[in-house]
Design a protein around this ligand. Structure first.
Ligand code: FAD
Length: 404
């Protein structure tokens, strides 16, 4: 088994690492302190630098101005970008736009591509994905209630959504709505593009999370769709195909998330080690001299490296054998890497003492923003259940067939 990366990828990764270290890390504290919305001009200037270096859109196909990387190569890039909370945004690889670009690329009509995909891929506008509802369990999306009624050449959407990430300032939402309540459960929903200036689209609030409502890209909104009328030509893909398209959106998205989380793990681990080496508990005695801290360092390293191999293998499987072959691995990484992330962040914070929970380091930003990792894109418990069922039924099949 060859674990080396091809020379072209190694060269690309070196350029991206250099940009993150030299251009993003020095600005990070100021930009995060001001917030994404207030830092828009500076963020756009950084994006222009990335474009000028030919590094924009690592995950985008070349046909829409990106680097056209494989999932495996993009995973390696995503890890580097995750080192800073600014990375994905500045390189045009941020969720939820990355996922929306993928489905617009696959299902968009020529008119939809021109109006929404092209400016989105170029970073000129932002978008959001509006599926989860406050009154229904998001872990069972067949319970969705938001409805889109066909009226002539239009859909009329009514319902309430929440946790629509980055809706504040987005140009459009891709809304998951029920178009046929009588259909079989997984054929009831349809994706519809709703420009956010459509009458009847109402951003109720940016939801306060751990005391922070955020703004602009760094926010999660509650949205009311109140008689919201859009042309039927805004439908994305066939009617009733909402769940199929949502699954396609989530597959590569989970690799992107996991590698981003591993980038965060690497940052937290670097900080843990630096702090352990620097902090004196008594003259001549450092935190790093304590066995309990040494155990944290060893355990974190082992968990990060193991999670990384699991994730890269899942990406490789999708690239080479398709998503179906990687279903089990994708569920495994979703909960495993999210747990490793929580653990590594917690250890790094603990090693920093009181400083760890202040906003003087980036750790608190990561901790508050990423606790959701174990909840979004399917809560950990659901992924564990799905994987365990598949594994157990495989054992049952083999037992029934007399095999091992
Ligand atoms: C930071 C963040 C960003 C998000 N961004 C978006 C977005 O952009 N667009 C969007 O539409 N949604 C978004 N979401 C919503 C997310 O997809 C849902 O929160 C998720 O699907 C879970 O749904 P729920 O919150 O309704 O929890 P519920 O479905 O009510 O589940 C609550 C808890 O119950 C447990 N549980 C659930 N099912 C099972 C089971 N089968 N067995 C055992 N235990 C179970 C889990 O612990 C789960 O956390 C985001 C969420 C977060 C936290």
């Amino acid at each position: 088994m060859d674990f080396s990366t091809p020379p072209a990828t190694t060269e690309l990764l070196a350029k991206i690492r250099g940009f993150v270290e030299e251009r993003l890390l020095p600005r990070e504290a100021t930009i995060l302190g001001q917030g994404f919305a207030a830092s828009d001009a500076e963020l756009q200037a950084l994006r222009a630098e990335v474009k000028a270096l030919g590094l924009w859109g690592p995950q985008l196909p070349t046909s829409i101005g990106g680097l056209g990387l494989s999932l495996l190569d993009h995973g390696l890039v995503s890890e580097l970008l995750g080192y800073s909370p600014l990375g994905h945004y500045v390189f045009g690889a941020q969720a939820p736009d990355a996922g929306n670009i993928e489905i617009l690329e696959k299902y968009g009509t020529p008119a939809q591509r021109e109006r929404w995909l092209d400016p989105l891929a170029a970073g000129e506008i932002r978008s959001c994905f509006s599926m989860t509802e406050p009154d229904n369990a998001g872990s069972n999306p067949t319970l969705l209630a938001c409805a889109a009624r066909r009226d002539g050449d239009e859909y009329v959407i009514d319902g309430r959504k929440w946790f629509t990430t980055a809706a504040d300032g987005a140009a459009f939402a891709i809304v998951m709505a029920i178009t046929d309540p009588e259909a079989e459960a997984h054929r009831r929903a349809t994706m519809i593009i709703v420009p956010t200036d459509t009458p009847g689209f109402r951003l109720v609030r940016n939801i306060s999370i751990f005391g922070h409502a955020g703004g602009g890209y760094d926010s999660h909104a509650e949205i009311a769709y109140e008689g919201c009328r859009v042309p039927a030509t805004n439908r994305l893909g066939p009617e009733g195909a909402g769940f199929v398209i949502a699954q396609e959106r989530l597959g590569p998205g989970r690799i992107h998330h996991c590698m981003r989380w591993l980038g965060i793990c690497r940052r937290a681990f670097d900080m843990l080690c630096a702090r352990a080496n620097a902090r004196e508990l008594a003259p001549g005695e450092r935190l790093a001299d304590k066995q309990i801290i040494q155990a944290w360092v060893a355990e974190c390293r082992a968990r990060i490296d193991a999670a990384r191999l699991l994730t890269l293998h899942a990406a490789w499987t999708i690239d080479n054998h398709g998503f179906q072959a990687a279903r089990e691995s994708v569920s495994l990484i979703k909960f495993h890497v999210a747990e490793v992330l929580g653990e590594v962040l917690d250890r790094a914070i603990q090693a920093h003492g009181a400083l760890g929970i202040t906003d003087d380091t980036v750790l608190s930003f990561f901790y508050t923003r990423e606790r959701g990792a174990r909840i979004y894109d399917g809560p950990d418990e659901v992924h564990k259940m799905v994987v365990a069922r598949r594994i157990l039924s495989g054992y049952r099949r083999r037992a029934a067939g007399g095999g091992k």
